[in-house]
Design a protein around this ligand. Structure first.
Ligand code: 13P
Length: 249
């Protein structure tokens, strides 16, 4: 069975709740005809207005992070059941910015992935190499390690529902998009790794996105690659451009 494409915006730390309402309203008609699944991953405070504004449309709302405990004395954190109750479907976990600025590790990402599944949330698990790692020729080793640890103790049934986002760090926010060959090579290697960890059926079902300077001008070529099932979009997801990325065909 063919995988459904999934194109997700990652708003990062942008848009207030009122900006969220008006932007989702603007987006609705622009994405209404999309074949792909359309997701907006928004800051925690924007989740409720985003869910309300998206009601009745084909836009699904995601979160950008989540904590791995159920509740308690964790000032400033967001629990999985809070996301579920607010109407969230997807949650980005292990974004490179969280790893770099907020001390996320492969181990905390794994705890979060398992916790998300316990609550029926679908994780968008991020991985990606630095420019130095690419130049050192260790990209695939690095990505394999990130993914292997992120999926420790995750069942094949759960893994089938996961999304993996391959985001080379040197391509994020730089306008320097990976070539389609580079993006396909890594996404293909990730699918092969999933087949090794689980089986062919899981590898065929899991969706793998490319992220890093995705824009209307490069979306169609990237998304036509056999192992790229959509994108995780930063800057271009904040503007009407997102409509063009989502309707890339
Ligand atoms: P840009 O699309 O702005 O490069 O950001 C990519 C990203 O980090 C999405 O998670």
């Amino acid at each position: 069975m063919a995988r459904k494409m999934i194109i997700a915006g990652n708003w990062k730390m942008n848009k207030t709740p009122s900006e969220t309402r008006s932007f989702i309203e603007e987006l609705k008609p622009l994405v209404a005809g999309a074949d792909a699944e359309v997701v907006c991953c928004v800051p925690a405070i924007d989740i409720i207005p985003a869910v309300e504004a998206a009601k009745g449309s084909n836009i699904v709302i995601g979160a950008e992070n989540m904590y791995f405990e159920e509740k308690g004395a964790f000032t400033g954190e967001i629990a999985p059941n809070m996301l579920v109750d607010a109407g969230v479907t997807y949650v980005i976990l292990g974004h490179s910015e969280r790893r770099e600025y907020f001390a996320e590790t492969n181990e905390t990402v794994n705890k979060k992935v398992k916790k998300a599944f316990e609550h029926g949330l679908k994780p968008i698990v991020c991985c990606g190499e630095t420019l130095t790692q690419r130049e050192q020729g260790i990209t695939l080793d690095w990505i394999r390690q990130q993914i292997k640890i992120a999926f420790l103790d995750v069942t094949p049934e759960q893994a089938k529902e996961a999304v993996i986002a391959y985001e080379p760090i040197w391509a994020i926010g730089t306008g320097k998009v990976a070539t389609t060959e580079q993006a396909q090579e890594v996404c293909g290697a990730i699918r092969q790794l999933i087949a090794e960890i689980y089986d062919e059926a899981t590898a065929e079902a899991i969706r793998i996105q490319y992220g890093g300077s995705v824009a209307p001008k490069n979306a169609a070529e990237l998304f036509a690659q056999p192992d790229i099932d959509g994108g995780l979009v930063g800057g271009a997801s904040l503007k009407a451009d997102f409509g063009q990325v989502v309707c890339y065909k």
